[in-house]
Design a protein. Sequence first.
Length: 654
Amino acid sequence: MIVVLNRDISIHDKEMVRIYLRDRGFSVREQSFGDDTILGATGKAVIDLRELGLLPGVGRVASTSKPYELASRETHEEDTIVTVAATPSLPGVKIGGSRISVIAGPCAVESKEQIRETAARVRESGAVMLRGGAFKPRTSPYAFQGLGMEGLEYMKLAGEENGMPIVTEVVSPELAVQMKDLTDMFQIGARNMQNFELLKKVGSLGKPVLLKRGPSATIEEWLLSAEYLLAAGTQDVVLCERGIRTFETYTRNTLDISAIPVVKGLSHLPVIVDPSHAVGIRDKVSQAALAAVAAGADGLTVEVHPRPDTALSDGPQSLYPEQFEKLMRDIEALAPVVGKELLRTPRPHHGLPAGGTGSTPALLSSSAGIAELPVAYSGESGAYAEQALMRIFGEEAERLQVSGFSAVFDAVLEGSASAGVIPVENSLAGSVHENYDLFLRYPDIAIVGELKLRIVHCLIADSRADIESIRIIRSHPQAFAQCRDFLDKHPGWILEPCNNTAAAVASIVQEGAIKVAAIAGEAAARAQGLAVLREGIETNPLNYTRFVVISRRENGGRALAPPSLGSDKPNKASLVFSVPDEPGSLFACLSIMSQRGINLSKLESRPIQGKPWEYLFYVDVSIPPGEGIFDQVVAELKTKTRDFHFLGTYRASR
Ligand code: PEP
Ligand code: MN
């Protein structure tokens, strides 16, 4: 049974609830998840749950239908986000929520040089944590057993050098205590999943734990092992599917893909996948990794070795660094399809950053300065722009909600927001001209980042409503157009346009209407407490909106990118210009770019208001690698164009 306490319960009332339960023979464990405090009570007594629910400070009582309580989604509906290696000044690395976090490194730490080299290579490709075994539980007693504490010291050094927290396997309760200050996260290996004394000890140390599934463990046994860790005191448990033993012998184990959605339904804990131990064959690991992402995994742990053929353990399943680089690119392309974002340690700093300075990885750098101010977006809670903002800046980012896109520009210009997030283009509907116009009106605002968000529209209404009772549909006209096929099936519905999709949801909440539904994202329904009647009602599932991060130019020059955008060198620029009304004028501009091998990812013309038959061109281009080449291109373009607006340089989102 679980007792969810009100957030403002007094210490006295909490104690009274404990006493009530203990007096009736229950053993009670307290656990907090985010802002919620939960008492998990186990015992045989049958009590009237209504009576318990009436005690002061008790929010909700539920008898869990599962043998595990703290790990169950019944106790905690929201996804748990585990943070590794956070300090008061560093945000740490997050696992869970809408991100994909990739851990990589060798099977075993073999030498100081080997772990440092591997760390640098996987970090270069964007891995956010370093893995490696110092104590190796090997099937054969004659196989390499690991370098022990010395190996852990090397790993800590390699992690620090590359700004990556480390995760390593712990094999005994005594070693857990010794290793505590050297590792950022403990790994419980598959063979030890049911070593309950180890689970109790490791859980009590308060560090995040990666719990691998035993090769022959059922999902329920696995979650009960997670329950041991949670009951012992840690809140930060990440589950790891690493293949189970089946009759199939071709692969080392059989990756249980279906366990991912199943466990995510049963538990609030993040689930990551180890495709290396699951498959055991290097050339098949990446496919399994991508399948795991498609199935909803929150991350991966992948074995990578600079020279797998010489590896002291698991060489045949370790990826070459080049294979890992390719895998990371493929994950980045796949992530938006499943509504996620690949969390990346920014690449080491090779040149001028988008605005920030220094080479500290942004994920681990302190978010001092401009990032302390909120980030502005236009719309109600749960708007697509807010989702984009949280993908870029994290779920906890302070947000400033304003009404209208020009208010976002104003907030950034006046300094009440450090940055803003606005849509500039939809893959089906085209450019958001209003925002392009605003860039021209606000020359001191520049683009410093971008993100592509997959748009999945839902039909949203009061939980008492059903689809038959709906008479009126509200949304932004764009969303109506994008859901044409679905709406055509209900010709009797009256369509009422709203300023934005989340505002449509808000209007239903305000009126308490039950015959009205809104078309908006699932996040808007969740944020505003309404129900999703239908999910994915857009006609074309390949529906993406490109959002950009805007920031203020310092002294009319370069705009500062908030540190959380990373210090990667920009590789994309956005320009707006018009050309003289004479033959070949646009061609002259395009040839300046083609001669330098610059790729155009966007070229759109738009009539200039008030000047019939004159056009503005919106141009997105790649920035060539050579130092100074792009500046030269811009200087030449200025001589061939009329109105030239440089909207900003930033890192392209795939
Ligand atoms: C490992 O990750 O190094 C390992 C030994 O994996 P498992 O416990 O899943 O076999
Ligand atoms: Mn291994």
